[in-house]
Ligand binder design. Structure first.
Ligand SMILES: [Zn+2]
Length: 166
């Protein structure tokens, strides 16, 4: 019976621990900070970004006003190609664009991340990626990570140092 009661107390502790966690823990992010992941497989490059919606739009809730709906539309148009987001150092063409901006319309409270992903077809000799969105997104620190045929690495990217080099 003693073993059972110890096990039971342990269960209570575990249960209260999970109850104590904020509901949005999985979505928690720091405003002003984002992430970039770069991967390469032969000529195919993929750049995925995660940025706080607040940094990109100025809000993180379902758009309610005309101004907010307009902002969402404008950002969606900007994401359609990579020219105001990121640029690779060589000759590349975008083959696929994906983002989850529409998810914001489904509402909910708390934080929202904008996930964006570009797939490129590139010629050989890509040596760096430039982050271009600092001009219009309030993110000022991006944790970059890359996994390429030649190796992998990480780097902090800032408006003063917008290049990711390997
Ligand atoms: Zn947030």
């Amino acid at each position: 019976m003693k073993v059972l009661s110890i096990a039971y107390s342990f269960l209570i502790i575990v249960v209260s621990y999970f109850h104590a966690l904020p509901v949005n823990a999985a979505n928690a992010h720091v405003h002003g900070q984002g992430q970039i992941f770069i991967s390469q497989e032969e000529n195919r490059w993929q750049i995925s970004l995660t940025l706080p919606a607040a940094d990109m739009l100025g809000f993180e809730h379902t758009p309610e006003t005309d101004a907010e709906r307009g902002a969402l539309k404008k950002v969606a148009e900007r994401l359609e190609n990579n020219s105001q987001i990121v640029e690779l150092s060589g000759r590349c063409s975008v083959t696929k664009v994906k983002h989850n901006l529409e998810n914001l319309k489904q509402g909910g409270n708390g934080h929202h991340d904008i996930d964006i992903s570009y797939t490129f077809d590139c010629e050989r000799g890509i040596t760096e990626v430039q982050v271009l969105f600092f001009k219009w997104v309030a993110t000022d620190l991006v944790k970059a990570q890359w996994v390429l045929e030649q190796g992998q690495g990480t780097q902090d990217v800032t408006p003063a140092k917008p290049f990711i080099k390997w």
